[in-house]
Write a protein that binds this ligand. Structure first.
Ligand code: SIN
Length: 308
């Protein structure tokens, strides 16, 4: 019988499946539901210093293949999630996700969590495409370098990760990798956030399926699997010492297998969990196990990064 046990830094996970920060995990009841699932770990909604209501609704839409969201980071503020993690019973690690929408506010968040032993490996979201008038920080290479040097390194002294947007050119992956390499506290990258600013049109209303940003939103779901795999693969090749968390387009054990094959340590699932419910985590884990059994793989390390 094969094993899905996954080592992520100092954490031992009983399988490589988590939710994603994007569209689920805003309220403690959602996080509690996630805690009770079969997942190996979990992540909070990306938090800002104070609470935010997010963008005007409808800001999320999905069909059986894709999702489009422009949620605008609705969340209950950093303390809400920090206190939740502090009070969690043992048994499942919970990653704190932090959204950067303002450097000074993020500096305050980082100073606050730097002292807290129970916060491990926060995921800093530098890729939300849904804040009106604000560029995704990870597409602004100078801004990203400034942020990592002057906000992260000055206020947070422990290992952390970045949630990145998709990149579409290997030259950009090289540029971002160079930046990341000069910040040794970056120990993981989550690849990828949604594909920003797509337009999905409803033929009846002749308008977008969502309202904010004139109808532009981040694409998730099946169509982004190949983009996510390409980013996981290229970043892992470029930065082999860093853990890459695969996120994008996962709905089956086969999709998880592909993410791990190109180098992912573990995976996060957004759209599919929202659409099909958290019960699908167990099914996806079983499907992964069955593929491994058929191929004769005993552990995830037997094929992780072995893309031919
Ligand atoms: C959102 O709240 O807008 C989604 C999260 C993200 O894209 O980072």
């Amino acid at each position: 019988m094969c094993s899905l046990v996954t080592r992520f830094r100092s954490l031992i996970l009983h399988n490589p499946i988590s939710n994603a920060a994007g569209v689920f995990g805003t309220h403690t009841d959602e996080l509690d539901q996630m805690f009770r699932t079969h997942s190996g770990l979990m992540v909070t909604k990306s938090a800002t210093l104070g609470s935010r209501v997010g963008n005007k609704w409808p800001a999320y839409w999905e069909n059986s293949q894709i999702s489009v969201n422009s949620m605008g980071l609705p969340n209950n503020g950093i303390e809400y999630y920090v206190d939740y993690i502090r009070d969690l019973p043992e048994g499942k690690p919970c990653i704190l996700s932090i959204a950067n929408i303002d450097n000074e506010q993020t500096a305050d968040i980082l100073q606050y969590i730097n002292e807290l032993d129970y916060i491990k490996y926060p995921e800093i979201n530098v890729s939300c495409p849904n804040i009106e008038g604000k560029e995704q920080l990870a597409y602004d290479y100078e801004g990203l370098e400034y942020f990592l040097t002057n906000i992260l390194d000055k206020n947070y002294t422990k290992p952390y990760g970045l949630k990145l947007p998709p990149y579409f050119d290997p030259v950009h992956i090289d540029l971002v990798s160079d930046i990341i390499e000069s910040h040794p506290n970056i120990v993981f990258l989550t690849c990828i956030n949604s594909v920003g600013n797509v337009l999905h049109i409803d033929i009846d209303t002749e308008s977008s399926v969502i309202i904010p940003k004139s109808g532009l939103g981040g694409l998730g779901g099946d169509y982004i699997l190949p983009i996510a795999l390409s980013n996981v693969y290229q970043f892992k090749k470029r930065l082999p010492h860093i853990d890459i968390i695969g996120c994008g387009g996962i709905r089956s054990g086969e999709d998880v297998f592909k993410h791990i094959l190109v180098g992912a340590t573990f995976v996060q699932i957004g759209t599919h969990l929202n659409r099909k419910g958290l019960g699908s985590i167990e099914r996806i884990a079983e499907e992964l196990r069955s593929i491994m059994n058929k191929k004769g793989y005993q552990t995830l390390d037997d094929f992780r990064g072995h893309y031919k």
